[in-house]
Design a protein around this ligand. Sequence first.
Ligand SMILES: *Cc1c(COP(=O)(O)O)cnc(C)c1O
Length: 436
Amino acid sequence: MSLERRAALCRPPSFFGLRKGPALSNFLPGELDAIARQIQTPFYAYSAQMIRDRIASLHGAFRGLDVRICYAVKANSNIAILQLMAQHGVGADIVSLGEMQRSLKAGIPAERIVFSGVGKTADEIDAALSAGVWRFNVESADELHLLQHRAQSRGVCARAAVRINPDVDARTHAKISTGKAENKFGVSIDEARRWFAECAALDHVQLDGLHAHIGSQILDLEPFRQALQRVEAFRRELVQSGHAIASVDIGGGLGVTYRPGGDMPVDIADYASLVRATFAGFKGTLALEPGRWLVAEAGVLVTRAIRVKHGTDRQFLVVDAAMNDLLRPSLYDAWHEIVPMHGRNEPDVAYDVVGPVCETGDTFAQGRVLARCEAGDLLMIAGAGAYGASMGSTYNSRPLPPEVLLDDGRYAIIRRRQTITEMMAGEQFPQAWHET
Ligand SMILES: *Cc1c(COP(=O)(O)O)cnc(C)c1O
């Protein structure tokens, strides 16, 4: 993009008022404005450069270690985002066949894919075995035996890691905490110990890995320290009893800044030092499964104000994005920065920012102080690159919004807006009735 055009698109720095957080520095409001005029709102926009920067800092922090980064596909599963990962040597952590197909389609080689999740079915295991994924992160004894059975009937050997539930408190939202004993994920160290003791009987499973993932949006090094120390102590114990451990997968969970000045994410260098120190005695491969940290701050949801509704004791700013587009506020009470892009110098107003869906939970923010908005104004909802589009639904029969990738002053549509016809595709009136 020419300098003149970039300058024209760049409004003065005061444009964002004082509320501009780090997550927004990758987006020029003029660019988003221009895109909004082309493709309408709401839409997701992602900064390719910011994702590349995150990948590079992760690689940098772990330089010299035998590390595989397996991006947690569920955070943002658009194939163009996965292609960016593939282009930079990043693999995938998948939890379904759909995620496997996306990853392979985007060019992530099967040997860089790990398969996690408590509900892997026989069909999924078969497909992953035939694709040749790197390893299965096994979460129950039943799954371990199914894996043995499926591998045996295919005449192959499945590589597996046991997902340990280290019983630590990740100090995050209950709905994204996965490493406490009461959570459905992984098995206790006692159970894992029995698996290793009995694994000689499983002649089609090579159980030589450990895995732990304790939760998401973790802003504190301490839970990681506790979990990793438990995993490493267990690894040493296993090695003492003669088991070879080829890989340790330390999961994802690194938190990001949703609230500038409020959330203080873990410094990636500190995290890497912790990992280096904890696993100093380990000679195998370390795997990392970051999702949110790679993409959350690289994405915004752009929406337009439909109207301002004056309630009895509050002002509702009704926007054209809704909980079906971005579920996090409704599901996790998540806080997202909301930035009006009108650029006018307006007095502050406290708004309940709500979508059009018929649910009280369809609320992006309550009592949020913003420069006064009016119908037609564009707003961006920041920190929407992870668990945004990938959690989207068509609830209230609202078609899925488009996604665009911004790179070097240009943009590409990486998912076009779903049409209403596409939304109904697959549904039909009963044409044939089958005997049950
Ligand atoms: C969701 C998930 C991740 C990614 O978590 P983030 O908090 O997005 O980094 C990693 N591993 C597993 C097994 C997961 O379920």
